[in-house]
Design a binder for this molecule. Structure first.
Ligand SMILES: NC(=O)c1ccc[n+]([C@@H]2O[C@H](COP(=O)([O-])OP(=O)(O)OC[C@H]3O[C@@H](n4cnc5c(N)ncnc54)[C@H](OP(=O)(O)O)[C@@H]3O)[C@@H](O)[C@H]2O)c1
Length: 316
């Protein structure tokens, strides 16, 4: 099968389109023929060796976490899946494997896609959508009427978080650059702050929840806008300075596959309440360009990889 692989840590030039051995299937797994996958920043951080200390990699490594395609075969313990079904799901980023024509996926990490959901849109949903959901609801305990500040609202996670927070009845304050204001307004944000002009914290008042997608000084300044007892949910695994967080709750997201939760997100897509903004779709041959585009740090929504676009026969 064709797969994107790398044989050593390094720059985007390490990514090669190669012939790889067919994967074997465990009894609790489903073999998926991939239509699309997406880029998540963790893919290139892993490739560059940023996570070596925690996640030693075995080479050759196939990157990618997001799964969208059709079922080729289902193991005897993968109940509910049969050949030909359209599915979406996720493999753990550190395990990788999604940028290949065939991917074995644990059955509980998958969900069925109805014929009305485009595979392109679904490919941008699993990792970013599960991250946004975990941050806002599992860790952030967001309730209707609360004020939430969402950083990088035009990015993969942020663009979904803005919409999910609005669906939950929150007042959403979003940061992005001027070029993306229109896009973020269309997602439903109530107040939009251009993070390049002045200090985003000026005149903001107290907020109940911050979704920190940036870390560093942005996170430090965000803590100051939380009400006492408010919550900072961060995607940055580096713990914040304890002296700054005495009056607030702090929680860190470590996203994990969850087919049940994904089913709910897919339902929101199918009913038109949620959409996945697509920045650009790259061919497998352009895998290095896709990583470079993500590394530039200015994605508008999700960056996709097309593995077999002919499979996306969505019925509208
Ligand atoms: N812990 C976890 O489980 C987990 C899960 C998912 C993601 N993450 C991490 O979370 C981060 C965000 O992920 P993502 O997929 O959303 O990334 P992304 O799609 O690459 O984010 C790109 C966006 O960031 C915006 N941005 C850059 N600097 C900004 C700033 N100072 N203030 C506001 N917006 C800014 C850009 O907006 P402009 O173009 O307008 O500048 C762009 O729209 C990444 O570091 C990723 O590794 C962690």
């Amino acid at each position: 099968m064709r797969a994107i692989r790398y044989q050593a840590h390094g720059g985007p030039e390490q990514l090669r389109l190669e012939e790889a051995p067919l994967p074997t299937l465990c009894p609790d797994e489903v073999l998926v023929r991939q239509a699309f996958s997406s880029v998540n920043p963790a893919d290139w951080k892993l490739r560059a060796g940023w996570f070596n200390e925690w996640v030693p990699q075995i080479f050759p490594f196939i990157p990618g976490a997001d799964i969208t395609g059709t079922v080729v075969a289902a193991g005897p313990l993968a109940a509910g899946f049969a050949p030909g079904m359209r599915v979406a799901g996720m493999v753990p980023v550190q395990q990788g494997g999604a940028w290949a024509e065939l991917v074995p996926v644990k059955a509980p990490a998958l969900t069925r896609l109805s014929d009305t959901v485009s595979m392109q849109e679904a490919a941008g949903l699993p990792l970013a959508g599960l991250t946004a959901w975990t941050a806002l609801f599992d860790l952030g305990l967001l309730r209707p009427g609360q004020k939430v500040l969402i950083h990088a609202a035009a990015g993969g996670v942020g663009s979904l978080a803005v919409q999910l927070a609005k669906i939950a009845g929150a007042y959403v304050i979003a940061t992005c650059s001027a070029d993306n204001k229109e896009m973020v307004a269309a997602l439903g944000a109530d107040k939009i702050i251009d993070y390049r002009v002045g200090d985003f914290a000026d005149g903001l008042g107290e907020v109940d929840l911050v979704l920190d997608t940036i870390g560093g000084t942005v996170r430090q300044r965000s803590i100051a806008v939380l009400r006492p007892g408010g919550t900072l949910v961060t995607l940055d695994p580096t713990p914040p300075e304890p002296t700054l967080t005495q009056q607030v709750r702090v929680a860190t997201v470590a996203v994990a596959p969850d087919g049940g939760r994904l089913l709910h997100l897919v339902h929101l897509l199918a009913t038109g309440r949620l959409r996945v903004p697509i920045d650009r779709v790259f061919a497998m041959e352009e895998a290095a360009c896709a990583h470079i585009h993500s590394q530039d740090g200015h994605a508008r929504g999700k960056i996709l990889i097309s593995i077999d676009a002919t499979m996306d026969r969505t019925i509208f």
